[in-house]
Design a protein around this ligand. Sequence first.
Ligand code: GLC
Length: 551
Amino acid sequence: MNNELFWWQTGVIYQIYPRSYKDTTGNGVGDLRGIIEKIDYLADTLGIDAVWLSPFYPSPMKDFGYDVANYVDIHPLFGTLDDFDELLEKAHQRGIKIIIDFVPNHSSDQHPWFQESRSSRENPKRDWYVWADPNHLSPNVGLSEGGGYPNNWLSVFGGSAWEWDPTTRQYYLHSFLKEQPDLNWRNPEVKAAMFDVLRFWLERGVDGFRVDVAHFIMKDPEMRDNPPASREQLSFHRPHGEYDSLEHLHDKGHPDAHGVYRDFRALLDEYSTSSARMSVGEIHIFDWGEWVNYYGNPAEGLEFHLPFNFSLLKAPWEAQAIRQAVEDHEGALPSWAWPNYVLGNHDEERIATRYGVEQARVAAMLLLTLRGTPTIYYGDEIGMTDVDVPPDQQLDPFGLNVPGLGRDGCRTPMQWSQEPNAGFAPKEVSQLWLPLADDWGQTNVQNQLDDLTSMLSLYRQLLAIRKAHPALQWGSYTAVDGVPEGCYVYQRQGAGQTLFVVLNFTGGPQRLSLQGDGLILLSTHLDRTGPENLRALDLRANEGVIIQPGS
Ligand code: GLC
């Protein structure tokens, strides 16, 4: 074991969307006690090291919890602060760290801070949000009762980012829904209040924060218009026309955010005496030079332990493109910065939907064998696919505003068993918050536990092999050249171990010629291990293998 490394470097993170994990109360929505019930699954069946919980705070649920009405409590749907403390304690007893979602860019419009802010222009909290006068010179950017929008900024979820407030006759900014007003981080009182929120959770013992749209918190102080897009925009989540028609120069990613995150890191460090507290920032920036700044730097101060690396999600699923994405990431990092990879979350199409269930196995092997911290999205370990939610059951405001972009499909209830409601909710519950996938009777944890070739068995083996091999946890990464075009091969080396990962991204067989002999430790097909002549290594369609070279 390399004693210099922290849990967030050697470990594997697992994201739980609390609404969809396990419902113990019978209202069709998952809750914290449900997660407590599943700790054995997390600790023993899977063997993950940390859980990231999507928001569980009081919220009107316009954006399913990313509209927070109280940052220091639990929504009754999910339970109580006592339940949270119990979850934290039980997770810690089992060696699992808890990372919670921190949503700094915006609150709910029902948050008392915003209620005060909008009550009058003189209210002391007026400046806690971003207010602006109508722009009478820009009728081109929309008219309302109050005059033109202050500028041309757009909401990620569709339409203008400005909402008219008839009472105080100004617009307020909302980078997402109009029910999610943007907080004004240029006001020191906002920063102080939000840092108190962080202290509240740190004192309770949380191990880290996933910071929602971290790069949005600072905007151009002059609020200049965004120029039209001059190149293809790599979208926020999924490509969408209107938002992508502008280059988002001024409405997010302002360098002043770095000062905030340096102080944020210093706060985490203050609380890191007995165990490291970490942060992972959701940063949709696809310019590596700009993205890497969110690690901070040793001279001016560190920032995020891990800015989420979404590059694999954006790259075409082809061996060479994925290798390129990995090497661009590796190449962008200063020597002291730690890499990370993610292939799914509650905003993206699931892996098995994007690449098909067969390539989903290759994806699992890639994710869990690259150099850097992997984050697994709940349900991907059993190969859940996106559910085609019928229009009358769609809930996600993104999809309701911009048809086709709904995220309900990747947020459906976890499929645990063949019990009614897939074991997600008590059997008498007649309606779950989102419908189950049609295949839940076959694709569920219980079935896959008994099937030694299932996706779950593959994830379990990959997690176990990663845990048993320091070379995979922190060894070096080197790509191997001269392999067939549809294959991606790399070597991981450390602690006196060398392993090769050989991935066939194609639907046809491939023959590779590596050096010497070796032992196959694991195939994604889960049907072969043992000695192999590497000079003529045959991979089947959609197969990946982990090889230990030498006889
Ligand atoms: C993040 C979340 C997403 C949410 C948005 C606004 O991207 O992951 O689910 O809708 O921020 O908070």
